[in-house]
Every structure is written in structure tokens, then in C-alpha cells.
Write a protein that binds this ligand. Structure first.
Ligand SMILES: [Zn+2]
Ligand SMILES: [Zn+2]
Length: 277
């Protein structure tokens, strides 16, 4: 196979299932960033909020760029959980019902940074799970050094069935198996391309194709060889190409599978790469 046929063609529709393309990080360049994403074939983007303000902004961006296939998720990131004393802020429940909002999050537990006390993070996470269950939208879950508690809480709150994705998965094989058993998707981004992450690549190879999502987590975690730069959704192509290489499958096939998976989870249409809902 020549180098050209191993890379994705420019017309393959791609989904960036987790990013934070918001005015705070992109300012006046936001439109250019969206245009570059479209040029790179990214026809679905999920912009996630981290608190009340950025959740509102995510919805505004999803409305403004609806023709670019942009949707929103609203929630309180574990880093910000303490600002709201572990509760959902007033107004968040209403935001979650907005038609451009296809998921609740990002939420979860981050015991690496511990920016919010752990008991507050856990309370906030439980609130999000209940909210998502109530309105029937999937969860966007963030976990770092916290997979035991993530699994415990998901198990307690959902009794084995939960709709959602653990984004930027960084757990163990056992964590992956348990989360897959619960019905969750696992999402991977830039770290899949980082030089030292052979263990993550090894694990990624074992995840069933119908349970994987890919993402950038822009503006963070730019993939190799752009690591250290501000990330943006157009760079997701590098993640797709590397992901296909790791799994030894044609990039077009993997991209189509992920597009289907994302459509299945978020209900945003285009299961076969076609029109929006
Ligand atoms: Zn995250
Ligand atoms: Zn994120």
C-alpha cells in the first residue's frame, strides 16, 4: 500500500466527538478554525462546556455553526465542581434541554489535579448522571487517576446500563472492560499519537470497533507532530490516520465506523455520512 492510500481522503466525513472550540481560547480566530475543520472533512463536532458560562457559549457556537455540523454538550467539569458546591448550577437543567445539546458533560472525576475536593466532584458527577438519565441524553465523562470511583459511581447510579462516552480514555484494561460492559463508548485523542504511549496503543487495538470514538479535546492535547501547539478540530485527521494504522485497518473504514458510532450515541444524524437530522 502506498503512503497516499494509507491516509484519509479529503472527502471522508469525520467527527471530532470532543472539543472546546470556544471564544476564550480562539477569540477572533474561531471562524478560521471552523473553516479549516470543514476543509479537513470534519462534518460533526461536539463542543463541550465546563461550567455555566462555557455551556451557554457551546450552545451559541452550535447554533452559529449549525451548518458546520456543530453540536453542544453542557455540564460542569470536575475542575469546576467546587464553584457550584457539587450541585448543578441554576439554569443548567434548562440548557440541557436545548435541541442543539446532544449530551450532558463534561462531567466526571479528576484526581490528578484535584482542583475540586473529591467528595464535591463525586456529588457533582452523580447529579450529572441523574440529569442525563432524566432527559435521556448521553454523558460525556472525564476521568483521570479516578477510574475506580468512576466505575463504582456509574455502577451505583446506572445499575449497569448507561449511555455515554468516557472521553480521552486513560484507564487500564480492566477499567476498559468494565466500562464497555456497562455499555459505554471509549474515546481516544492526541495521546494515541504520543511517542511514549505504546501501552495505550496496545489497549486501543483491543477495543471493539463499534465502541470507539475519536476526538481532539481542542485546545489541548494536539496530536504528534503538532504536540505543544494549540489544538483544533482539523487536526483530528492525524488522530484518525494513526488510529487506523494502529489497528491495521483502512482509514476510510475506521472513519465510517466512528461516524456511525457517534451518530448512534448522539443521535445527530448522518449514520452513513449523510445529512444532518
Ligand atoms: Zn476532559
Ligand atoms: Zn474536554
Amino acid at each position: 500500500m502506498s503512503k497516499e492510500t494509507e491516509a484519509l481522503s479529503a472527502v471522508t466525513p469525520l467527527a471530532d466527538t470532543h472539543c472546546h472550540v470556544l471564544p476564550g481560547d480562539y477569540g477572533m480566530e474561531l471562524h478560521e478554525v471552523m473553516r479549516r475543520a470543514a476543509e479537513a472533512g470534519v462534518t460533526r463536532m461536539l463542543v463541550a462546556g465546563s461550567d455555566l458560562r462555557t455551556s451557554r457559549e457551546a450552545i451559541e457556537i452550535a447554533i452559529e455553526y449549525s451548518s458546520f455540523g456543530v453540536y453542544a454538550a453542557v455540564g460542569v467539569h470536575p475542575h469546576e465542581a467546587a464553584c457550584f458546591a457539587g450541585r448543578l448550577p441554576d439554569g443548567m437543567s434548562e440548557l440541557a434541554l436545548h435541541p442543539r445539546v446532544v449530551a450532558v458533560g463534561e462531567t466526571g472525576l479528576d484526581y490528578y489535579y484535584d482542583h475540586s475536593p473529591r467528595d464535591v466532584q463525586r456529588a457533582c458527577f452523580r447529579e450529572h448522571i441523574r440529569q442525563a438519565g432524566k432527559i435521556g441524553k448521553p454523558l460525556i465523562i472525564h476521568g483521570r487517576d479516578s477510574y475506580d470511583d468512576l466505575r463504582m459511581i456509574l455502577g451505583e447510579e446506572c445499575r449497569g446500563t448507561v449511555k455515554g462516552v468516557v472521553h480521552c480514555f486513560s484507564g487500564t484494561e480492566e477499567d476498559a472492560a468494565d466500562l464497555l460492559r456497562m455499555g459505554l463508548y471509549l474515546s481516544f485523542g492526541g495521546p494515541l499519537t504520543f511517542k511514549k504511549n505504546d501501552d495505550l496503543r496496545e489497549l486501543f487495538r483491543t477495543i471493539p470497533e463499534d465502541r470507539i470514538l475519536l476526538e481532539t479535546d481542542s485546545p489541548w492535547l494536539a496530536p504528534h507532530p503538532l504536540r505543544g501547539r494549540r489544538n483544533e478540530p482539523s487536526y483530528v485527521r492525524l488522530v484518525y490516520d494513526r488510529a487506523a494504522e494502529i489497528r491495521g485497518v483502512p482509514p476510510e473504514r475506521l472513519a465510517a465506523a466512528i461516524f456511525r458510532n457517534a451518530a448512534q450515541l448522539f443521535g445527530w444524524g448522518g449514520g452513513t455520512g449523510g445529512a444532518e437530522r
